[in-house]
Design a protein around this ligand. Sequence first.
Ligand code: NAP
Length: 279
Amino acid sequence: MRKKVGLIGYPVSHSMSPQMQNGAFEKAGLSYVYDKYEVHPDQLAEAVRDMSEKGFAGWNVTIPHKQAIMPYLDEIAEDALKIGAVNTVVNENGKLTGYNTDGAGFLKGLMRHVSFPMEEAKVLIIGAGGASRAISYAMSKEGPKTIAITNRTMEKAQDIFSECLRDQDQVISLHEAEERLTEFNIVINTTSIGMKEDRLPLRVNHLKAGTVVSDIIYNPFKTALLKESEKRGAIIDNGVAMLVFQGALSFEKWTGVAPDASLMEKIVIEELGGSYVNR
Ligand code: NAP
């Protein structure tokens, strides 16, 4: 019988993870099936118990359960504890362990575009929500020279600085980030600006050519930030890579095998009807 894995969230109908994961299982010749399960917040405890008892090998967790699931797990990995959210659960004979692969997944994708040593990297992170927290934590582990974080709500950026960043890093205002943009060689947008409206998270007049600009939004495929940055000679990347690599790391945790991430990326791009960015 095929081993079960899947995604729980509310809602989950939009997710491309089943196509991406099932394609990778098939390619690897592994007998797993990945499905999505809409779980109302009131039914989270019951769903966790049920999936554990039914012998799921593990599952992904998305909004709004990433924090709420933590009390129901037996163990939580250090990165997920620091980030304060779990996106991957592994079930080993009823023992449930929570991980967070969002930040590490994002970094894997980003690093394909970085051709200078990370000790020389000056990173600007825009936004201070859940995704920013995961990316900030993973980025600080990568050892760049400095990380500056900015957000509309400064207190939230301050919280991430205190909990996930290092002494040499800093919190700056959006205005200061705009004025100092030329200093950074990696710029990451983690806000949802650009998803629904064709708008920039900040002005990019001072962006220098060759800067790696990443937007974790993948729909639209090229946000206003990516379009404007590309015009200024930046190396751009969208959120497909984060989606793919967080999923690839989950796959590895469930199976012990690394999937074909290029195939996963191709499946997602086809689902989105997009085309490769900067490749
Ligand atoms: P979140 O926790 O709700 O954080 C949202 C962030 O966007 C906050 O920094 C918020 O600023 C900012 N923001 C929202 N609306 C704004 C506005 N009108 N003006 C200025 N700032 C605004 O969301 P999240 O989970 O971190 O996700 C953020 C984005 O990343 C979403 O678009 C999501 O789809 C995408 N994402 C992609 C992946 C992937 O795999 N590619 C994974 C996770 C998330 P305030 O703090 O001031 O409210």
